[in-house]
Design a protein around this ligand. Structure first.
Ligand SMILES: [Zn+2]
Length: 270
């Protein structure tokens, strides 16, 4: 990952060398390796194993402490705490505010939560906004899953939500991490609503649907998504490489990382 930089004038965190808020030159605040490790760990704690650092989540998924206290608990209780001696609450803020997928949210009291991707056992009900202005959403998966999905729908596979995206290239990138032969399912949002399934916006390009996307809401399949993409703008690079490969994946999820579409179906998701 790129390092997180900080503006010395206004305090903004950014990946850019010039502050997007005030134009001042920024300075490296958190290098790419530490950023990636911390992002994975935060996703793991907030989605899957808060108890391992002595944190409790409320029903909306927020921690019972602010980010400064969370940093202290990581430094004293996490099994790999030796690695995190440098950690402060500010580093947590920097990772949350610059997360390219909008995985994290910090409230006015300094408490943090994951916006999506929680284990089922956590009983977290994040308050996410309803999707607006989207007619279609996409879900990437491996071609070998296609027949089953068209028969059974898209199931959340161990999570609370099916993850969809409004960005075809994201859907392809996610599927491609797990398959050389990706396909993209196009989901009809008005059909979801007719089934009482309201998609909610969980990140910049990520949407979640509770339960299962019924097969009749899959309006079409893009069987050769790479061709579609190469005709348009070049696809974005696969996000963050192998993110989530460690801490967060222990519960079989990922990384949720990603939040990516396709993530929720076996083979398509990882
Ligand atoms: Zn600035």
């Amino acid at each position: 990952m790129k390092p997180v930089r900080k503006c010395p004038r206004c305090g903004t965190y950014t990946e850019k060398k010039l502050c997007p808020e005030c134009g001042a030159p920024t300075e490296v605040f958190l290098d790419g390796r530490r950023r990636l490790a911390l992002s994975r760990l935060l996703a793991g704690i907030l989605r899957h194993f808060p108890e391992e650092v002595g944190v409790e989540l409320d029903e909306e998924g927020f921690t019972d402490c602010d980010v400064h206290e969370l940093a202290e608990r990581i430094k004293t209780r996490w099994k790999n705490r030796e690695y995190y001696r440098w950690l402060t609450g500010e580093h947590i803020v920097a990772v949350a505010e610059t997360c390219p997928k909008g995985r994290f949210e910090i409230d006015e009291r300094g408490r943090i939560r994951a916006r999506y991707g929680h284990s089922r056992r956590l009983h977290v009900r994040p308050t996410l906004p309803e999707a607006e202005d989207v007619d279609e959403l996409y879900h990437g998966t491996a071609r070998e899953n296609l027949e089953r999905i068209l028969r059974e729908g898209i199931r959340p596979m161990g999570r609370k939500y099916v993850h969809l995206t409004d960005d075809v290239s994201e859907a392809v990138a996610t599927a491609r991490r797990h398959s050389d032969d990706p396909v993209v399912l196009v989901v009809d949002v008005s059909c979801l609503r007719r089934h009482g399934l309201v998609p909610r916006k969980a990140g910049k390009t990520v949407y979640v649907v509770p339960g299962r996307v019924p097969p009749e809401c899959i309006s079409r399949v893009i069987k050769h998504p790479r061709r579609v993409l190469s005709r348009a703008t070049p696809p974005k690079a696969a996000p963050e490489g192998r993110e989530g490969a460690q801490e967060d994946s222990r519960r079989g999820g990922e990384e949720g990382e990603g939040g990516g579409p396709g993530r929720s179906e076996k083979g398509g998701g990882r």
